[in-house]
Design a binder for this molecule. Structure first.
Ligand SMILES: NC(=O)c1ccc[n+]([C@@H]2O[C@H](COP(=O)([O-])OP(=O)(O)OC[C@H]3O[C@@H](n4cnc5c(N)ncnc54)[C@H](O)[C@@H]3O)[C@@H](O)[C@H]2O)c1
Ligand SMILES: O=CCCC(=O)O
Length: 494
């Protein structure tokens, strides 16, 4: 595939350095390369920073917290609103950077930048609305009130599939609460984070409040430092359940508060009274954000037996029309996977399902002419519940369609997973929607839609999909602690 090098209206958004204490830090002996997943071409070389840098960044954030926590909420709201405005002003360039390093098509990348910016907008509005309570305690003469105080320095570790939005969802809430942050972006997609840091600085956020450290070779060690530091009071992580469990273990020694947004295995349930065309259209929208590499992507389609074959054919007809190519090419609807290795799990799940009796509706497969990270989606029907795809997250473009007969049966299938992030239910019957959504063991249930992510609604999982809620009126809770003040022996003036 031809190498594509985008041009930018605002070249200063494209950085090749870490960001600590308001300075761009470049000097180091080692570097790592950020590449275009579509072509493998190097976009930038970035410093593979030494471990001591994490301590430095934590110290800086710790010092900055002393004054930042005292800033007026209205002032923080103004800064956050400014970041939102700057992101929207620079949306075209930010989307190009994101598409270039992650591979998602430009239109989808623009959607992500809007989504990311919306967290700064939302939390700019939440910052002045951090309330406490007034209590009349049981002990006579005592009065009490509570305040929500910022928790302190927050370590933020993010994945590559939403290089802008996952950082925004955490950092906007942290800053609104009055916390300072040390961010470790994924080494495959750090450029979006650095572009954001440029705008954070331009918005006037004080030095030391928002810091980004970079590493490719020492990611686990960076994570360990953030977890074990007594100066870091909270770690917020989005990524796999396996890494979430490591971070949880590592955080035990400091009793750190954690937010863990982990893997999903979303069931997408279609009852035979649903609007079939709408369900198919929403299935595509849900499954193919980021070419199936989204934690809330449908992983298993449960379709009631009477409409199962029809659903499979209609879905495959639409999938066949995808225009797969470089995310920055005009007309491309779907891009590459993040790297060639991620295709292996898709292939393993296809092979396993077919061996267990699934029928191939659309074969799909690797697209070597486009590049080693390209894969055309596979659609399988009559997938048995015993197939690996029913119990494991594929995180790629496989549509596995599993037939079911009754609501009880499908709820049993859907809940037979250790993961519980999102689920989807399609029906025109309100009883079905209510009953099934209440029975599903997931943090989020979307009814009659495949897209629901929005700064206003709480995002998060149950079971091994983690805990904590991001966005919404609950999003600040994870970055604050409740301080109770009691005033005793209040005199009685009668
Ligand atoms: N629940 C959510 O909101 C959400 C959102 C996006 C992705 N995810 C999940 O993330 C997974 C896909 O992302 P991934 O494959 O990059 O996940 P991953 O867990 O391998 O990596 C996530 C991030 O953690 C870093 N990391 C890896 N090992 C680490 C360690 N020991 N210490 C500290 N950091 C470490 C990685 O470099 C990356 O930046 C999927 O399971 C997906 O469902 C969840
Ligand atoms: O991949 C996980 C995040 C997806 C979203 O916020 O919709």
């Amino acid at each position: 595939m031809t190498i594509i090098t985008p041009t930018f209206a605002n070249e200063s958004l494209l950085k090749d350095a870490a960001f600590i204490n308001g300075e761009w830090v470049k000097s180091t002996a080692e570097y790592f390369e950020v590449t275009d997943p579509a072509t493998g071409a190097v976009i930038r070389s970035l410093p593979d920073q030494p471990l001591e840098v994490v301590d430095e960044a934590i110290d800086v954030a710790f010092e900055a917290f002393k004054s930042f926590k005292l800033t007026a909420p209205r002032q923080r709201a103004t800064w956050l609103r400014k970041i939102f405005s700057l992101m929207m002003e620079n949306i075209d360039d930010l989307a190009k950077i994101l598409s270039w390093e992650n591979g998602k098509p430009l239109a989808e990348a623009k959607g992500e930048i809007k989504y990311a910016a919306s967290f700064f907008e939302w939390f700019s509005e939440e910052a002045p609305r951090i309330y406490g309570t007034a209590i009349t305690p049981g002990i006579e003469g005592n009065r009490a009130f509570t305040r929500r105080e910022p928790i302190g320095v927050c370590g933020i570790i993010c994945p590559w599939n939403f290089p802008s939005a996952m950082i925004a969802r955490k950092a906007a809430a942290a800053l609104a609460a009055g916390c300072t942050v040390v961010i470790k972006p994924d080494s495959q997609t750090p450029l979006s984070a650095l572009g954001l840091a440029h705008l954070v600085q331009e918005a006037g956020i004080p030095p030391g409040v928002f810091n980004i450290v970079l590493s490719h070779s020492k990611t686990p060690e960076f994570g360990l430092k953030l977890c074990e530091s007594t100066k870091v009071r909270k770690v917020s992580f989005t990524g796999s359940t396996a890494v979430g469990k490591i971070l949880m273990k590592q955080s035990a020694s400091t009793m750190k508060k954690l937010s863990l947004e982990l893997g999903g295995n979303a069931p997408f349930i279609v009852f035979d009274d649903a609007d079939l065309d709408k369900a198919v259209e929403q299935a595509i929208a849900c499954k193919f954000r980021g070419m199936g590499q989204t934690c809330v992507c449908a992983n298993r389609f449960y379709v009631q037996r009477s409409i199962h074959d029809q659903f499979a054919v209609k879905l495959a007809e639409k999938v066949e029309k995808f225009v797969i190519g470089h995310g920055l090419d005009n007309g491309v609807t779907h891009g590459p996977m993040i790297n060639p290795k991620s295709i292996e799990k898709v292939e393993a799940h296809v092979k396993d399902a077919v061996e267990k009796g699934a029928k191939t509706v659309l074969e799909g497969g690797r697209l070597p002419k486009l590049g080693p990270a390209f894969y055309a989606p596979t659609v399988l029907s009559h997938v048995p519940q015993t197939a690996d795809v029913a119990s494991q997250e594929t995180f790629g473009p496989l549509c596995a369609i599993i037939p079911f007969e009754t609501a009880e049966e499908v709820v049993g299938y859907a809940n037979a997973s250790e993961l519980g992030l999102a689920s989807y239910v399609f029906s025109k019957n309100v009883d079905t929607l209510y009953g099934v959504s209440e029975a599903l063991e997931t943090g989020m249930v979307a009814c009659n839609t495949g897209l629901f992510s929005d700064a206003t609604v709480p995002f998060g999982g149950v079971k091994e999909s983690g805990y904590g809620r991001e966005g919404s009126l609950h999003g600040l809770d994870d970055y604050t602690v409740i301080k109770t003040t009691i005033i005793g022996n209040v005199p009685k003036y009668l």
